[in-house]
Design a protein around this ligand. Sequence first.
Ligand code: ZN
Length: 356
Amino acid sequence: MLENCKDCSHIRTVIIDKQETYNVKGTDITITARVKKCEICNAELFDMNLDTENLKTAYREYKKNHHLMQSEEIVALRKKFHLTQSMLALLVGCTQATIARYEKGSIQSETHNTALTLFKNPDNIREALEMKKAEFNPSEYRVLSECLAAEKSTLDSKSINLLESSYSYSPNVYSGFKKFDIEKLKAVVLFFALNQIDLYKTKLMKLLWYADMLFFKNNVTSITGMKYIHQKYGPVPYKYSLCLSIMEDLGVIELQDQEYGDVILPKSDKSLLDKLSASELEVLKLVSNRFLCAKAKDISEQSHKERGYQKTELSLVVIVRQTSLLRTNAVFQMVLESLHCQPLQGKSTEQVMQRL
Ligand SMILES: [Zn+2]
């Protein structure tokens, strides 16, 4: 690089890495700075561009330490939802110039950072947009609403893909001879959320198991096609937590934090229930009424007595090998074996229920 050194008037300079400490908002931040030096006399030479770059690096480090969003994350967030700087400013409650400064590397206030972080969740943008609808011009409002709706449907299909890939097995004895059917699962979960009082996660697990087992006893096929795992406290749907959080993402249910844990409440409208056949609904009503007043603990004790549960071995929560998967999910097989000695087909659901 050609530049006159003020000290020795040579013209050969180099850029070197050097540890430098900057004071950012009262905090000392040490970074590896890039500094220009004279190659001959070693004097440091001021360079505006390098200085700006180093300050940006120090700011980045400060933001990292204080868990603040980086400027490119703010830009990415804005672009993701096709927001202009002024639209984002309206949502955050600041000026367009402020957003522009943040995007260039300035450090945002804690309050603005909280707002920006919340907007990573499109539900929060939707809420803020409705609150500030009057401040948006109608076409911007419409474009953003459409964008959020599209985002929601992409998210939904991602959730569905994730769940379906977890349950992407061919129908066999472990899944009650049924391919996993997310629409049925949504309907069954909503049904119980609508019909139970204080439905806790543990109780829902048991109700799902009973519904699938009972339907299987009558029809040699289950309703949802889920696999169940034998665990210490009774049978549990395979990947139950994932399943439940996806039901929440898809707006089927919502979880409400209460004294004894999260209570499951219905969220989507009842049209989901149209996916259920009359015989499936009959089974769900029976199971729901049978256990209406039962606590999860009672059902858990009851489920321990069931043949499909007793005949299988205790499994680990995490299934490592395929062989253990085969051994531990054989609850349907056990039900099937019990059918061979005591055929239940042809009997009414009421009669089958009495056997439970
Ligand atoms: Zn020099």
